[in-house]
Ligand binder design. Structure first.
Ligand SMILES: NC(=O)c1ccc[n+]([C@@H]2O[C@H](COP(=O)([O-])OP(=O)(O)OC[C@H]3O[C@@H](n4cnc5c(N)ncnc54)[C@H](O)[C@@H]3O)[C@@H](O)[C@H]2O)c1
Length: 270
């Protein structure tokens, strides 16, 4: 369903990368914004930019890995904007390495942010949206949630969980007036590698960083595609052509695809 003319939007991880781009895209579309992050400086800078773009903007520090802080964010949306029309569960981190070598503490860290953060977001905001009989949740996953390359097990697991949760919701929310979209981009340039944790060959970061820089669609284009997808009521939003191609190939020829992905992926691990 289409967003209202001046949507009230809540965005987690708004202090950098895609979260900032989504904030600016929505500011350009006349939204009122409640922006959240654990990075105070990044959050303040995004708020400055959206404010300069003319959007009414408020901020709240929120660690999405803590249920009570996400619930407090939903309460803040009620108190400061009278509710929300769009919630974007965007905050995310990355962990690289091989299963069995990655410390369990890194698994726990990424699970807390990437999957529990999205679960908490849905848990706190959806009942409110159902009561108001309108709204939309945009969950930020990744192509890694649909196709699972080696060397990024924890990231794949969390993003596959976000896809599963979103597909489940699509059916559960039928007839409620509330919609869901799951965003699955491939690589684009942001600060995600600065905060990432990786075990083993650190050089494996280099080719991924090259892929990020080379992407035809960068954060602003991904954000535009994502909000257009919400407006169109699309469940799966795959902004990148290579991601759409990989996903189709996996469904058409899963066995062939597994060996191809494995072949490509193994190169990164050498
Ligand atoms: N950059 C890519 O290539 C790419 C590809 C596919 C999906 N994604 C997804 O896009 C989303 C945004 O990532 P990005 O690439 O913009 O990275 P980024 O590091 O530039 O931004 C992530 C933001 O999330 C915040 N954050 C981290 N942990 C948090 C927590 N516990 N609570 C609240 N905020 C927290 C960070 O402070 C940062 O501002 C993530 O979910 C990521 O997995 C990114």
């Amino acid at each position: 369903m289409a967003l209202p003319k001046h949507p009230r939007a809540v965005i987690t991880g708004a202090g950098s990368g895609l979260g900032r781009a989504l904030s600016l895209e929505l500011a350009g579309r006349g939204a009122r914004l409640l922006l959240a992050d654990i990075d105070d400086a990044g959050l303040a800078e995004t708020a400055r930019l959206t404010g300069a773009a003319g959007a009414e903007t408020v901020t709240q520090r929120c660690n999405v890995a803590v249920a009570a802080e996400v619930e407090a964010l939903a309460v803040a949306a009620d108190e400061r904007m009278g509710g929300s029309d769009l919630v974007i569960n965007n905050a995310g981190v990355a962990v690289g390495g091989l299963v069995g070598e990655i410390p369990l503490t890194d698994w726990e860290w990424i699970m807390a942010v990437n999957i529990w953060g999205v679960i908490y977001g849905c848990h706190s905001f959806l009942p409110r949206m159902k009561r108001q009989k309108s709204g939309h949740v945009l969950n930020v996953a990744s192509t890694a949630g649909l196709i699972h390359a080696p060397g990024m097990g924890p990231y794949n697991v969390t993003k596959a969980g976000v896809v599963a949760l979103s597909e489940t919701l699509a059916a559960e929310l039928t007839g409620t007036g509330v919609g869901v979209t799951v965003l699955c981009p491939t690589f684009f340039k942001t600060n995600i590698f600065k905060s990432s944790r990786s075990t083993g060959d650190a050089a494996a970061k280099a080719p991924v960083e090259k892929l990020m820089a080379r992407a035809r669609l960068q954060a602003d284009g991904v954000a535009r595609y994502a909000i257009d997808s919400v407006d169109a009521g699309r469940l799966h939003a795959l902004p990148h052509g290579d991601g759409r191609w990989f996903w189709r190939a996996k469904r058409v020829a899963p066995g062939f695809f597994a060996s191809t992905v494995l072949g490509h992926g193994q190169r990164f691990l050498k």
